[in-house]
Design a protein around this ligand. Sequence first.
Ligand code: PRT
Ligand code: MG
Length: 213
Amino acid sequence: MITLALSKGRIFDETLPLLAAAGITVTEDPEKSRKLILATNQPHVRVVLVRASDVPTYVEYGGADLGVAGKDSLIEHGGQGLFRPLDLQIAKCRVSVAVRNGFDYQEAVTQGSRLKVATKYTSIARDFFSAKGVHVDMIKLYGSMELAPLTGMADAIVDLVSTGNTLKANDLVEVEHIMDISSHLVVNQAALKLKQAGLKPIIDAFASAVPQD
Ligand code: PRT
Ligand code: MG
């Protein structure tokens, strides 16, 4: 049995065409079912649905043999125990710093002020600000980062941005582009050896379905 970990939503939706290239069709709709394990047209392949940030952990500990995870989740996880053969070029976005409209970020940075930064991505944020030599007080959040500057709890947030509509709707402005994000295929290192016959055709089919640049 080969187990693939995916998260519901954009990663699931954008992985379906890659699965199709490997001849795999998921036979249940995750939006219509409460099941966490989905069957496919191939009796030896199943999909497990986990939180996006839990995909690397499931694959690391062998709860899944392979998975699709955002680079953001992979960096925060640390990547230990994972083989990362492919950038799938899906679920693209960027990690940015944003502040309330009217907050003078450049001035705060130039003055060497301590910056209160709220984020789910503490590892990415810590590395970014320490490389810039900016002192930060990190506030860990699990969601709705946009609210932190609006309530005065933080000066800035580090969050994922794609269209920019969420920032705009909350009167926030992007002041730094930290990195580009896409989702990657990750494989459990032990499974890669022990289940090579089952995994290799899937990895190869994904590779040939991804646009190369
Ligand atoms: O929702 P949950 O807490 O379970 O986890 P998650 O938000 O990490 O999962 P999910 O399924 O929403 O996202 C999975 C992955 O998709 C992320 O890890 C990213 O790699 C990738 N991705 C791509 C995004 C976005 N684009 C994105 N726009 N993940 C989240 N967003 C959110 C962003 O956090 C912000 O709230 O969308 C909002 C901004 O979007 P725009 O279009 O308004 O700029
Ligand atoms: Mg989400």
